[in-house]
Design a protein around this ligand. Sequence first.
Ligand code: NAD
Ligand SMILES: O=C(O)C(=O)C[C@@H](O)[C@H](O)[C@H](O)COP(=O)(O)O
Ligand code: ZN
Length: 366
Amino acid sequence: MSHGEQRIFVELGSRRYPIAIGAKTLHQLGALLAETFANTNRRVFIISNPTVAQHYLATAQASIVAAGFNHQAADVALMDDGEQFKSLASFSAIVDHLTSQQVSRDCIIVALGGGVVGDLAGFVAATWQRGVPFVQVPTTLLAQVDSSVGGKTAINHPGGKNLVGAFHQPSAVLIDIATLATLPDREFLAGLAEVIKYGIMADGEFFDWLESNLDAILARDSAALIYAIRRSCEIKADVVAADETEQGVRALLNLGHTFGHAIESYTKYQSWLHGEAVAAGMLMASRLAAQTGHLAVTDCQRIEKLLQKSGLPLTPPASMTADDWIALMSRDKKVKAGKIRFILPTAIGAAVIVDDITQQQLVAIL
Ligand SMILES: NC(=O)c1ccc[n+]([C@@H]2O[C@H](COP(=O)([O-])OP(=O)(O)OC[C@H]3O[C@@H](n4cnc5c(N)ncnc54)[C@H](O)[C@@H]3O)[C@@H](O)[C@H]2O)c1
Ligand SMILES: O=C(O)C(=O)C[C@@H](O)[C@H](O)[C@H](O)COP(=O)(O)O
Ligand SMILES: [Zn+2]
């Protein structure tokens, strides 16, 4: 473990894996791989995108080579940058690359980037030769607090978000908060939305802490960031360990996503960032909860205030009609027996899955 690095674990029995969190930890990537995979005589293949690669690829590669792994310049595939490229076409292009480079089943895939790279690279790892190990090196706040942990991998389909995917856990997650130095503010705020999600759905004290420390977080103070990332990862790790494949409690991590994914699909993944759509979706879910008596109005107001102070967009596209909403939300993966299921907060720090929202109640908040 490097100086100042903190570790938590996702407890999945024999598939237990570490989340290493620190500053300048990217230099330790090779060492973490060596520790994770006993045999360094393996080929390491990196999936990233040009935006991330220009800043961090060389450091990642140098560290992997220094640790003794087999890695050449051609063992890198860069996908196009953007949510619209979390697609079958990008997946196919990367598989073509793996084929042309004759990458065998004993390879290790490294996902270096934000949630888009991580979700797609994870899906490649889940399916390449029926599954190879992979390591997540998340470089956005959103990926560090959420997408790199828990093994949900996916690509989008024009018919809906993350419609094609697999559960495939990483073998390790390496978080380097120094990579956030180059992250644009808008992307940073999108990640903050998922941090706030954990406070609302699971930990009222963490929500209090976020209210009190919002300025430090927005100033990207290292200590505040490390704490926010660590607490987010702890909450997610606990939920994933309890319900890896979302048979029950894991659905609570979807707070704000029923509405949020509808916004993303409606806008064709082009104008709203995932975290922004989740922020607007969390406010809608909170209002629905308050209106249906699940949540105190004062708690709903606190949620709205924190989201607003963070500077996240909270008003969905005005052109979305109730029919648009219902059609898009009907494709949500939480739908059961034809019923849309919503995650509603019941207090600051608790949430439930609800499947008896009436059309009238829904239309009232849409
Ligand atoms: N698997 C999961 O559990 C899970 C959880 C949450 C979100 N997601 C998915 O994650 C995706 C969103 O991820 P995201 O918010 O990280 O978006 P992203 O991956 O598109 O990254 C945002 C932007 O930041 C750039 N970038 C990344 N790291 C950078 C850095 N250090 N410096 C400068 N630029 C950098 C990227 O190139 C991109 O332009 C969505 O597809 C969402 O569905 C998945
Ligand atoms: O890990 C989970 O479980 C989540 O729901 C985390 C979400 O933040 C994430 O956006 C996830 O990809 C959504 O999954 P989906 O099953 O609704 O597509
Ligand atoms: Zn999300």
